[in-house]
Design a protein around this ligand. Structure first.
Ligand code: NDP
Ligand code: VSD
Length: 335
């Protein structure tokens, strides 16, 4: 009896010590970076995830530059972001209308002007992007090229302008908004997935180049997020794509934005929300940067199990595709 009691006490003490050590470790390794009075540039900042990020950083005291094409949307986003400033007198919110997919020089010019007004950029969030869904044979070459120009080059251009400046100052944060479809290619997203995979390669290499200069790189991997962009792509999205995407849930842009900003400040490489996204990012960690001990342990211990679970998900995706095919065949025959 007393032996059992002692054993329990010992285990209790052990758990307590581990918990205390964990809290101390978290405290010591907490992010010391803040966005107060810092200049944050957000491409695609007039809508959806980008606008939610703008609001989030405004709440942390940042000065914000929004970049997108449509001036009306930019103006109304600016007013919304201004309402969320914590020092309304001092914080500045500005916007530039630029097409990030078009040419490097135009972006360089806009960023020069942005820095003239609000000072050096501390954080760049590349959020401008879109999806055109459909099987490869149903997607135009011009649409496929446009997606690469917008989602990949539209993130690369502003990054290429700002990285050397950040390195020179010895501080900065680059965020790329990829997608869960940047880790896993699925039916109907062949053109889109490739652009988001490309961002992952760029972010990984850039992380290695930038680390010695105290410039961090974060890759956000949201699942379907409730934005005007998603509503737009839903109009032409194949049923298969919608059903498969739904396995990772639907998230609000504010939730994605909050996580993205915390992860960017901590220098975490992959930023995700939701349990399926957690499983997928752990499974697909490959040789991504090791940024925390606990993440490394989770990856080592969970990867094998998650690979097994992934086979169940894959089987269900193939079932969805087969069922959709069958239903289409029967409706065709009925006609
Ligand atoms: N919503 C979702 O389900 C998910 C989205 N993502 C990614 O997140 C990012 C944002 O998506 P979301 O918030 O849904 O999209 P929205 O359509 O709601 O917003 C897109 C933003 O990008 C801007 N934009 C689009 N094209 C250009 C361009 N050529 N040049 C400059 N700005 C441009 C838009 O403004 P304007 O049109 O005026 O230029 C707008 O501000 C995208 O990269 C998307 O791929 C990733 C995973 C899931
Ligand atoms: C252990 C393994 C677990 C696996 C879980 C798998 C769940 C994957 C779902 C893929 C979702 C893709 C959403 C893309 C969102 C996006 O970018 C769109 N808005 C574009 O259409």
């Amino acid at each position: 009896m007393t032996n059992k009691l002692r054993m329990r006490e010992l285990i209790g003490c052990g758990v307590l010590i581990v918990a205390i050590l964990y809290v101390v470790y978290k405290y010591l390794t907490r992010s010391k970076r803040s966005l107060d009075k810092k200049h944050v540039v957000i491409t695609g900042g007039s809508s959806g995830i980008g606008k939610a990020v703008a609001i989030e950083v405004a709440r942390m005291g940042a000065n914000v530059t929004l970049i997108a094409r449509n001036e009306e949307k930019l103006h109304s986003a600016k007013l919304e972001v201004m309402r969320n400033c914590i020092h309304p007198e001092q914080q500045k919110i500005q916007y530039f209308s630029v097409d990030v997919s078009e040419n490097y020089e135009a972006i360089e010019k806009a960023l020069d002007a942005a820095e003239e007004d609000l000072g050096p950029v501390y954080m760049l969030v590349n959020c401008a992007g879109m999806a055109i869904c459909g099987k490869l044979e149903d997607t135009n070459i011009s649409d496929i090229k446009y997606l690469m120009d917008l989602n990949y080059f539209g993130s690369l251009y502003p990054t290429k302008v700002l990285v050397p400046r950040m390195k020179c100052r010895g501080e900065g944060i680059i965020v790329m908004v990829s997608s869960q479809a940047g880790l896993l290619g699925i039916y109907g997203l062949s053109a889109y997935s490739a652009t988001k995979f490309a961002l992952r390669g760029l972010a990984e290499a850039l992380h290695m180049e930038c680390k010695p200069y105290n410039v961090s790189v974060t890759l956000a991997l949201p699942p379907d997020t409730d934005t005007p962009g998603l509503a737009n792509e839903e109009k032409t999205k194949p049923l298969e794509t919608r059903l498969i995407s739904e396995s990772a849930g639907l998230i609000q842009p504010e939730v994605v934005a909050k996580r993205l900003v915390v992860d960017a400040l901590n220098g975490t490489f992959y930023s995700t929300v939701g349990f399926e996204s957690f499983m997928l990012k752990t499974l697909c960690c490959g040789m991504t940067p090791v940024v925390s001990l606990e993440e490394l342990f989770l990856q080592v211990f969970l990867m094998g199990g998650f690979r097994l679970i992934s086979s169940v998900y894959l089987a269900s995706f193939h079932r969805i595709i087969k069922n959709c095919m069958k239903t289409r065949d029967t409706t065709k025959k009925a006609e």
